[in-house]
Design a protein around this ligand. Structure first.
Ligand code: KIV
Ligand code: ZN
Length: 531
């Protein structure tokens, strides 16, 4: 058995299921392009049957990039067919189908009598459904992955039966997810080792692990899985994902690299691309990386205390087990300014992982000049933020902010006036509020005649200095769905208005899809429960 570990990145599927992280097709494509640079083996680009946007993202990524792209599908014909339809133009693709296997999941999700009256009968049905889904996927491609959802809490005997059936039907990868992040590393590792012993045809498939971080053990569990025979690891950049997230790609990869004295397993990840990828995912999803996050956090390579600094000056290895450069952290700051030309901008953006066409360069350059005028010195983080703001799917723009004026002071009532373009109509309104942001939101609501439910509002400074860029994330709620908008500006009031309008745009896209019956609204809660 080879010691190479296949890296299956699910940032764009499981990662995108992080609360509030909704990525549009353009953003997903940019991230996918960066994942190719990082040299991941497989990109799981989405869950095609769940929405037209997911379908489109899988289709675009698999059609344009030279990498194995996977699409997720429940163990149902309609899902498998939809995954194939989204993937079929790819050079290399994988259909990833899954079924629940733990008793808790089976009883909760397959309670209906049509799946069998007793648990025993239901378990049999699941085996048949899994077998059939894999066999059906196999009619489209050689490369089929099967996942036993909630395997971490599945009885070992039954899990072995399901996995054996999936391999018999043709699965080439069998994934063992710890869906609820419940297991301990020793327990999870033992499960993998036992499966290797019990499943008769296990040599015909690659064992994969997919761990969630509910107890903070996702990376430890993944490593334990690898040590016990898994040769594929499913993970996300920055560890983003459902609830507490998934195992972090960068932590697994660097643990194997830094401790190669201890373990013989390796990946083919270009670790110098880790930092750029982390930054891009954070800026597009709006999910902030905690400062003390291993490898990619702001403080990961900072040495504050005198004793540490002294030690570092004498010998870096005193407190550093790897260099910042090995994960792509470059301590020399390159600064651009208003006199930097198009060529300089383009090549710096390229180094940061953004490939833009000549056509796009015009638009990006105008934005850069406006920013450089305001900020004078433009740092890498400013550029990243600017690019995050740049990638907006124009066809998803129902509303566009044309004009904003806010007046406020210590002894006056904050008042805002907005002008918003909605298709060909221009709407203008003014309103007062408790503060400038509130006045702004009131004016927007009045102009659009909408009263959305604001779930959360967050503002932070994303770059440094007095002219720092402010980022605002607004989340709106409509029944069980939330819609996120992100706005960036050196002015936080303007950023707030942009974020609010972007969230409203997301909401409108969703409502339009429901109306056009492109979204399986009735099955959405079903789908979200399912993964
Ligand atoms: O966590 C999980 O079980 C999943 C599966 C769909 C692989 O995400
Ligand atoms: Zn998962």
């Amino acid at each position: 058995m080879s010691n190479r570990v296949i890296v299956f990145d699910t940032t764009l599927r499981d990662g995108e299921q992080s609360p509030g992280a909704s990525l549009n097709v353009f953003e997903k494509f940019e991230i996918a392009r960066q994942l190719v640079k990082l040299n991941v083996d497989v990109i799981e680009a989405g869950f095609p049957v769940s929405s037209p946007a997911q379908f489109e993202a899988v289709q675009r990524i698999s059609g344009e990039l030279d990498v194995v792209v996977a699409g997720l599908a429940r163990a149902k014909e309609i899902d498998v067919k939809s995954a194939y339809d989204a993937l079929h133009e790819a050079k290399k693709f994988r259909i990833h189908t899954f079924s629940s296997t733990s008793d808790i999941h089976i009883l909760g999700k397959f309670g209906d009598d049509r799946y069998g009256k007793t648990l025993k009968e239901k378990r049999k049905t699941i085996i048949k459904m899994s077998y059939d889904a894999v066999a059906y996927a196999k009619t489209f491609t050689e490369d089929v992955e099967f996942s036993a959802e909630d395997a971490g809490r599945t009885d070992l005997g039954y899990l072995s039966e399901v996995i054996e059936a999936a391999i018999e039907a043709g699965a080439t990868t069998v994934n063992i997810p710890d869906t609820t992040g419940y297991t301990f590393p020793s327990e999870f590792g033992a499960k993998i080792a036992e499966l290797k012993k019990r499943v008769k045809n296990i040599d015909k498939a690659i064992i994969s692990v997919h761990c969630h971080d509910d107890l903070g053990l996702a990376v430890a569990n993944s490593l334990s899985g690898i040590e016990n025979g898994a040769r594929q690891v499913e993970c996300t950049i920055n560890g983003i994902g459902e609830r507490a997230g998934n195992a972090s790609l960068e932590e697994i990869v660097m643990a194997l690299k830094v401790r190669k004295d201890l373990v013989k397993y390796f990946t083919k990840i270009k670790t110098e691309e880790i930092f750029n990828t982390s930054k891009m995912v954070s800026s597009f999803t709006g999910i902030i990386v905690q400062p003390n996050k291993a490898l990619v956090g702001e403080n990961a390579f900072a040495h504050e205390s005198g004793i540490h600094q002294d030690g570092m000056l004498k010998n870096r290895q005193t407190y550093e087990i790897m260099t910042p450069e090995s994960v792509g952290v470059n301590k020399t700051k390159i600064v651009l300014g208003r006199h930097s030309g198009r060529h300089g901008l383009k090549s710096r953006l390229k180094e940061l992982g953004y490939s833009i066409s000549e056509k796009e360069l015009h638009q990006v350059y105008d934005k850069f000049v406006a920013l450089a005028d305001k900020k004078k010195e433009v740092f890498d983080d400013d550029l990243r933020i600017m690019m995050g703001d740049q990638v907006v799917d124009k066809k998803d723009e129902f509303f566009e902010l044309e004009y904003l004026h806010v007046s406020m002071g210590t002894n006056s009532i904050p008042t805002a006036t907005v002008r918003i373009k909605s298709k060909e109509i221009v709407l203008q309104e003014s309103a007062t509020g408790d503060g400038a942001v509130d006045a702004c939101f009131n004016a927007i609501e009045r102009a659009l005649d909408l009263k959305p439910q604001l779930e959360s509002y967050n503002v932070r400074s994303v770059t440094s200095g007095r002219q720092a860029m402010g980022e605002v994330i607004v989340r709106l709620r409509e029944k069980e769905h939330s819609f996120t908008g992100r706005g960036i500006s050196t002015d936080v009031i303007e950023a707030s208005a942009k974020a609010y309008i972007q969230a409203l745009n997301q909401q409108q896209v969703y409502l339009r899809m429901i109306k056009e019956e492109k979204l399986l609204d009735h099955s959405l809660s079903d789908l979200s429960q399912a993964v």
